[in-house]
Design a protein around this ligand. Structure first.
Ligand code: HEC
Length: 189
């Protein structure tokens, strides 16, 4: 094998490996969490290997002063740095919003709610190139998907325009993201 050929073989192997994430399951080069048809899945290692962006506490109408749920938002390592530099999410950035059930009780700190089981996940994948035209889960610069806790591989979303966009309209100017809930995007710490 001549040298340029050997190099190109090595490059192809590296590119192929890059398409596999820590979960070990393969996908296209654009994102390890999106297949060729634009099917999105929940990244397995977001809790152990990703960056925590912020939490939304949903007030309970049953337990006074308690939280009915927490929405924890995670993104890949490097997204915060890229956002601080460019003022926008980079192509391929993934936002995972984990929905947690809660428990509330008296602790030594006072009346406290804490996270319990996962109820499901909302996932957004940044797509600057309009890759999946005609796919009703992709558009307006993102892939959009909701997953129930029992199946992180199969989205239950069928149409992002009907199921996601209306509720994200208030933050259309922020590229559809509730960025004000993620202080890490602006605070230099
Ligand atoms: C009932 C209104 C509502 C619907 C429907 C909705 N969202 Fe959201 N979404 C929100 C709000 C409000 C937030 C931030 C505050 C919160 O979680 O309570 C948010 C946050 C998110 C986040 C975290 C990143 C961000 O934008 O701050 C993701 C990811 C997300 N939504 C994805 C989706 C997807 C995908 C769909 C459609 C399958 C969807 N959402 C449908 C209201 C909604």
């Amino acid at each position: 094998m001549n040298k340029p050929k050997a190099l190109s073989v090595i490059i192809s192997v590296v590119v192929a490996l890059a398409a596999f994430d820590a979960d070990g399951s393969g996908s296209n080069v654009f994102s390890p969490y999106v297949n060729e048809a634009g099917k999105i899945r929940v990244p397995k290692n977001y809790r152990t290997g990703w960056t925590f962006l912020g939490t939304w506490s949903i007030a309970s109408d049953k337990v006074e002063g308690g939280a009915a749920g927490f929405h924890n938002v995670y993104t890949q390592p490097g997204t915060i740095e890229a956002y601080r530099k460019a003022g926008k999410f980079p192509d391929g950035a993934v936002l995972v919003k984990e929905l947690l059930k809660t428990k509330t009780g008296p602790l030594t700190t006072g009346k406290v709610s804490w996270g319990d089981e996962v109820e499901g996940w909302f996932v957004m994948v940044k797509d600057n190139q309009g890759r999946f035209k005609g796919n009703p889960l992709w558009g307006d610069g993102w892939g959009w998907a909701l997953f129930k806790a029992d199946n992180p591989m199969e989205t239950v979303t069928t149409d992002y325009k009907a199921e996601c966009l209306p509720c994200h309209l208030p933050v259309q100017q922020n590229d559809w993201v509730y960025t004000y809930g993620y202080p890490a995007l602006k605070t230099k710490r």
